[in-house]
Design a binder for this molecule. Structure first.
Ligand SMILES: Cc1ncc(COP(=O)(O)O)c(C=O)c1O
Length: 379
């Protein structure tokens, strides 16, 4: 009998340790982690520099509230903003859903409008606001309260005709940069610039939810940089703290001029240990050119697997959807028996590969061979 509330369908594995791209079970098995703890671990597990950064931060100021200035927060904000030319500030929270809540709140307050537009295939989190704008019906149905009809308007991902549905009653359009749980969908050419132009036309803010796609995962620090648009607000989480829970909302200078004291706030957000992790993660990613490595990882996986019959490889960098003729549950099971962990998706024949950026060439080849072998296994 477990004392935990049973809300997660779990793999039949008891994890006892994790190092680099490898997981170890209580039965002594080592498994290659191509799932990255659900797109969370850019530097793999137990990275020694992250360990050092965390201990040093703990021994300097373990925690203090946002009632004082802390230089580490300034450094973390610069790290999160990276080379952005149009985003100028960061506000730290603790998770992806909370970052989206903050962005939605700001957009509604800034525009004095209520309605938020999102893709029908999007996921934005499980707190009430994020869930209310999540497009995937199955998640939204779990809302405990019916949201008013003017809270959300859905549009089809990539459908130009639906841009007409974005009018001057819309506070913001929130985009999951590369809809991931929906099966890792790439937008048609020109989709995001057309969407951004429509937002400008009607005075709606553009929010990019990069909780999963940001922090270099897609082969650029920000996923929106792949698509040539400049969102007003961007949310980050997952990879940002290298496994330490943290989220951030980033925005443009016009919004900063308008936001006042008390508009947003959280006790733990921007804690010194979280900020030290953000700085360390960003340093290592830049120093070791891991964003470039993610681009190579995608090229190699695409090159090796997309020629296989009935296989399609979608995505960018280390955010990869692999659609095959096999049901995803069957392929995951076959890979597990070959000691490789991959993720599921909402698409019945698509598994997701969300590996740590530090995946070595040897580990990548091992993963590819296992996938080819698993796909070739007689049913
Ligand atoms: C695109 C996207 N947005 C938001 C979230 C919610 O983040 P969290 O689980 O940290 O609240 C997720 C989580 O998977 C996500 O993938």
């Amino acid at each position: 009998m477990s004392s935990l509330l049973d809300v997660y369908p779990r793999l039949p594995l008891k994890l006892v340790s994790a190092r680099g791209c490898w997981l170890k079970t209580d039965a002594g098995r080592s498994l290659l982690d191509l799932y990255g703890g659900h797109a969370v671990s850019p530097l793999g597990h137990a990275h020694p520099e992250l360990h050092g950064a965390l201990i040093a931060a703990h021994d300097t100021v373990d925690f203090y509230s946002n009632s004082v200035h802390m230089p580490i927060q300034e450094r973390a904000a610069s790290a999160a903003l990276a080379d952005s030319q149009h985003l100028s500030w960061a506000h730290f929270v603790n998770s992806g859903t909370e970052a989206n809540e903050a962005a939605l709140h700001l957009a509604r307050r800034f525009t004095s409008r209520t309605c938020v537009v999102s893709f029908d295939c999007s996921f934005h989190g499980r707190s009430l606001g994020s869930l209310a704008v999540t497009g995937i019906e199955g998640y939204r149905k779990r809302l405990s309260v019916e949201t008013p009809p003017n809270w959300r308007r859905g549009i089809r991902f990539g459908n130009r005709a639906d841009l007409e549905r974005i009018d001057d009653s819309v506070a913001a359009v929130i985009c999951e940069s590369i809809p991931s749980i929906a099966g890792v969908l790439m937008p048609p050419e020109g989709w995001y610039p057309a969407l951004a132009a429509r937002c400008r036309e009607v005075g709606a803010l553009l929010i990019f939810d990069e909780v999963q796609g940001g922090v270099g995962r897609c082969g650029r620090w920000f996923a929106h940089q792949l698509f040539g648009v400049e969102p007003d607000l961007v949310t980050l989480a997952k990879g940002l703290g290298g496994g330490f829970p943290v989220g951030a909302v980033l925005g443009n200078p016009e919004l900063a001029r308008w936001i006042g004291h008390g508009e947003l706030g959280t006790t733990f957000g921007g804690g010194p240990m979280a900020c030290a992790m953000i700085c360390a993660v960003s340093n290592i990613i830049q120093r070791e050119q891991l964003i470039e490595r993610n681009r190579c990882t995608f090229q190699r996986i695409h090159g090796a697997l997309s020629p296989l019959p009935g296989v399609s490889v979608r995505g960018a960098g280390a955010l990869i959807g692999l659609e095959t003729p096999l049901p995803a549950s069957e392929l995951r099971q076959r890979l597990l028996s070959r000691s490789v962990v991959v993720g599921s998706s909402g698409q019945p024949n698509t598994v997701r590969l969300l590996p740590p950026y530090v995946l070595s060439e040897e580990e990548l080849e091992l993963g590819i061979s296992a996938i080819i072998d698993a796909l070739g296994e007689p049913s």
